[in-house]
Design a protein around this ligand. Structure first.
Ligand SMILES: [Zn+2]
Length: 384
């Protein structure tokens, strides 16, 4: 939502702000360096000539840091509004194209979605306004030209960030706003996304054409960059459209035919290595039992996969036992569409299906619509 969204999986943890997990992708360094370099070698020497290159580079790096803080403020505003509207926020990632707020689930109404979206560009535009006001104040006070120039350029960057994000091409904020407006008018979220993506594709083609034109005119790097963003928006928009259509087809489809039942029971004294080496892998959650055959909690396969190979030999699976309340759960009667909306990508990590207070099965993303399957692990015997 920041500049654009979506990402690879190699993330570095930066810290927590307002309880939000902030991570970054290594591609962020590329843009960070590009901003610092542009400021230090062309923008600042043109606005404030006659300074040392150390001064330009210090201001350039400082400027890039402030710019990323502004970008983070844009994402945090999306995240806080989402939380206010009852949507769980998984975290924020800064990467090559800017920032992305990961929402677990979706807002219930078009109005909530519009509000979550609009606060981002609004934050960037307000920051830009503050920056321009500060630039005027600094010039009136005869502050060093280097500082005034830096603040002025940051104000301009935030203005571009705010306006660029309002282009109606999903997953840009403008596209999301258009989609929520169409959702509000038609009453259907998936129809809104579908139409907004069709509009977005036109803008994406325009960006690609503009990029090619720019490259042919000699501005090679700018041209390639613009065309690349256009291409990215087009593929991200189309993929969102597909996902939304699948989700809308899941609406009204109950959870029960997609679950694996009964739960696979695993002896809790196995080592993690024994389980991962020879055990079944077809479901993401297992039920544990102790030596007397009594239930001793649940085990999430995803938790085990993150353990180092040496620790896998030392730890028994019961060290990682969790209770049903610590896992994502659903009920037999819930429909798949609302479950996916509620849990978002969390569904892929496995969901425990409850019948009252009893766990009766596991929902798995590998075969969500093939009807009830039994996962009683044929031919597999437990080591003791
Ligand atoms: Zn945004």
């Amino acid at each position: 939502m920041g500049i654009v969204c979506c990402m690879g999986n190699q993330t570095i943890r930066l810290g927590r702000v307002f309880g939000l997990e902030i991570t970054c992708n290594w591609t962020l360094l590329l843009i960070f360096a590009l901003i610092a370099w542009t400021m230090a070698t062309s923008v600042l020497p043109a606005t404030a000539p006659g300074q040392s290159s150390l001064a330009y580079w210090t201001a350039g790096v400082l400027g890039a840091l402030i710019f990323y803080s502004c970008l983070l403020a844009h994402e945090i505003s999306h995240a806080l509004m989402a939380r206010h509207k009852g949507v769980r926020v998984a975290g924020i990632t800064l990467w090559l194209f800017g920032g992305f707020t990961h929402l677990d689930g979706q807002p219930d109404t078009a109005r909530a979605e519009a509000l979550i979206t609009v606060v981002g560009p609004a934050t960037s535009l307000v920051l830009s306004g503050v920056g321009f006001a500060l630039t005027l104040a600094l010039s009136a006070l005869n502050a060093p030209v280097l500082i005034t120039g830096l603040v002025g350029w940051l104000a301009l960057l935030n203005l571009v960030l705010g306006i660029f994000n309002l282009i109606p091409a999903l997953p840009l904020d403008g596209g999301r706003l258009l989609s929520s407006l169409l959702w509000w008018r038609s009453g259907s979220r998936s129809a809104g996304v579908h139409q907004a993506v069709r509009v977005g594709v036109i803008f994406a083609y325009l960006m690609i054409a503009g990029g090619v034109f720019e490259a042919l005119q000699g501005a090679l790097l700018n041209g390639i960059w613009l065309a690349f963003i256009g291409w990215f928006l087009m593929s991200a928009g189309k993929s969102e459209d597909r996902q939304t259509q699948i989700l809308s087809r899941m609406k009204g489809m109950p959870v029960s035919p997609a679950m694996v039942a009964p739960l696979i029971r695993i002896p809790d004294w196995l080592t993690v290595d024994q389980l991962l080496g020879t055990g079944p892998r077809e479901v993401p959650i297992y039920a544990l039992q102790d030596q007397s055959g009594q239930p001793s909690g649940f085990l999430s396969l995803a938790d085990l996969m993150s353990i180092s190979p040496s620790a896998r030999l030392q730890h028994r699976v019961r060290d990682f036992a969790v209770s049903a309340s610590q896992l994502p759960t659903t009920t037999i009667g819930e429909d798949l569409g609302s479950l996916v909306r509620r849990l978002g990508p969390g569904v892929g990590r496995g969901v425990l299906v409850m019948d009252g207070s009893e766990a009766v099965g596991v929902l798995t993303s590998t075969a969500p619509t093939v009807g009830a399957r039994s996962a009683s692990s044929p031919g597999w015997s437990w080591p003791t």
